[in-house]
Design a protein around this ligand. Structure first.
Ligand code: SF4
Ligand code: SF4
Length: 249
């Protein structure tokens, strides 16, 4: 038989890495993400998977996929930059919060306590990466037509949009008490999935296998290996925020 032997899917290795991390004292684990720009094809599958996983409404985007033009005409190209929260080691968003609703958890993830957040949006302004959004409580289906006889019309689709958000391993209603509406929202590395041994939604949905995730304190993990690559860099390193999301140029 001709051809090369298929290499292991990186997801398989990342799940092995995750299992090792979950067996440790969890306070010793530090989560990190690596995004390979050479592999990202700009399909936005990660952005859609994230919105579906976290029940994000209009204007709430945890992981936009930005586009960059490269080169000079006629030798031009395009590359893509998925941009989740950087989970900064020195996060400017935390110190500005007047009610300590946002803080770093033991695994190095910057989290938001929806029960404390008063929606002042100071943190949105402080974040140098634009990684935070306000949830104004809208629905994508608000302006769509309801056609008689449609199986999946506005009202049935809205029932899907009204499902509770599973963030932070709780169940947040989309309206009223116990709701993220009115709060600041942001990427949290899918902590609720990690708790049950699943990788973040953007990682498992990435068709280009461009997103890697794991414990950066484990020298044998794929993320540790990639963070040591000569291609690795972080966004706005000059600010001293020390992101835990690294890119491969
Ligand atoms: S990227 Fe922005 S929201 Fe995320 S930790 Fe850093 S300053 Fe905070
Ligand atoms: S799913 Fe993967 S390939 Fe597609 S836009 Fe996101 S990071 Fe890029």
């Amino acid at each position: 038989m001709s051809g090369s032997v298929p290499t292991e899917d990186p997801l398989v290795r990342m799940y092995r890495d995750l299992k090792r991390a979950m067996a440790k004292d969890i306070s010793q684990v530090k989560w990190a993400m690596v995004i390979d720009q050479a592999k990202c094809i700009g399909c936005h599958a990660c952005a859609v998977a994230c919105a579906s996983e976290n029940r994000l409404g209009p204007g709430v985007v945890y992981r936009p996929v930005m586009e960059q033009e490269t080169g000079t005409y006629p030798n031009v190209g395009r590359r893509f930059l998925p941009r989740p929260c950087m989970q900064c080691e020195n996060p400017p968003c935390v110190s500005v919060c007047p009610v300590t609703a946002t803080y770093k958890n033991a695994q190095g993830v910057t989290v938001v306590d929806y029960n404390r957040c008063i929606g002042c949006r100071y943190c949105l302004t402080a974040c140098p990466y634009g990684a935070r959004c306000s949830d104004f409580g809208g629905f994508y289906t608000s302006k769509t037509a309801e056609e008689p006889g449609l199986v999946q019309g506005r009202y049935t689709a809205r029932a899907y949009e009204q499902q509770n958000a599973p963030e932070y391993a709780k169940s947040w209603g989309q309206r009223g008490k116990g709701s993220p509406v009115g709060n600041a929202r942001k990427c949290h590395f899918c902590l609720h999935r990690l708790e049950v041994g699943q990788l973040p939604s953007c990682v498992t949905s990435c068709v280009g296998r461009a997103t890697y995730f794991g414990d950066r304190t484990d020298p044998g993990s794929l993320v540790s290996e990639l963070m040591g690559s000569a291609r690795a860099y972080t966004l706005k390193a000059e600010l001293g925020t020390k992101p835990n999301v690294h890119y491969l140029a």
